[in-house]
Design a protein around this ligand. Sequence first.
Ligand code: AMP
Ligand code: ZN
Ligand code: FE
Ligand code: FE
Length: 289
Amino acid sequence: MQECYADLHIHTNVSDGFISPAELVIQLKNAGVKHFAITDHDAVAGIDEAVRRSKIYGLNVVPGVELSAEYNKKDLHILGYFINHHNKRFLDYLYLFKRRRFQRAQEMVELLVQQGIKIDLKQVTKLAGNGPLGRPHIADALIKLEVVGSRNEAFEKFLHKGGSIYVEKYRITVKEVIELIHSVGGAAFLAHPGLDADENIISELVDVGLDGIETVHSKHTVEMIDQFTKIAEKFSLLTSGGSDFHGDPEDNVKLGEHCVSEDVVKNIENYCIKHRDEWVIDDADKEDI
Ligand code: AMP
Ligand code: ZN
Ligand code: FE
Ligand code: FE
């Protein structure tokens, strides 16, 4: 097995992934991954369980999150690493996002009903457990109803931006997201820039405090990894990387194939320790990070 040190972008069933944090740790161990970040959408409830399990299997966890941010009407995803995921104010924000996601799912289900699809909001909420509702949960409900065969088909038919039931997600600005991540001691990275961004956008994000970009990603080609590594160097940004694994049996993303080195993880951690003095850390946290 080829050496794969760290995967810093993974979703669990706490948001829209398929497997639990406990199962994830076993799968990571089997894939030879040593260090990983759980980066659930607007949720951190899987981290403590992953830390507990990781102690048994000798793995290391970076507490993380993936937040949606608004930038010039576009939706950008920002990863937070080494965050204090117990901070009360931070959890209040996540609760607000979750409430808004619920309202959005309600609207999308209503649009499906208007199109003649017999679906009930409860069929969707059941699939999300207690976590934040996302478009993938609506896709899963449509799979159960045999309207579509996969998440991907549901996105192509209904859920893509501009699709017949698409509703915008509530989000705060990218500057606010970066400040929020800094306020809990974490570093803010632009996720999968190859899907959403270019050098111009990245340079503007640097001006509002971005710390790094994700170079390695399951949807990045080798050329993109190279291109974004060069952009990171140009703007003195940190780099990160991971699979964006969701555990979806219908996609081909696997653990142990999209990795970064131990140095990449150490650089991010040391950077956070160094910058916490200048970031406006939430008062309640000053003692415990
Ligand atoms: P939301 O945050 O509710 O807008 O949902 C966005 C999530 O949907 C992203 O995290 C992706 O993982 C997932 N997603 C986007 N496009 C697709 C697709 N074509 N197939 C499966 N999942 C997708
Ligand atoms: Zn997702
Ligand atoms: Fe994302
Ligand atoms: Fe992701």
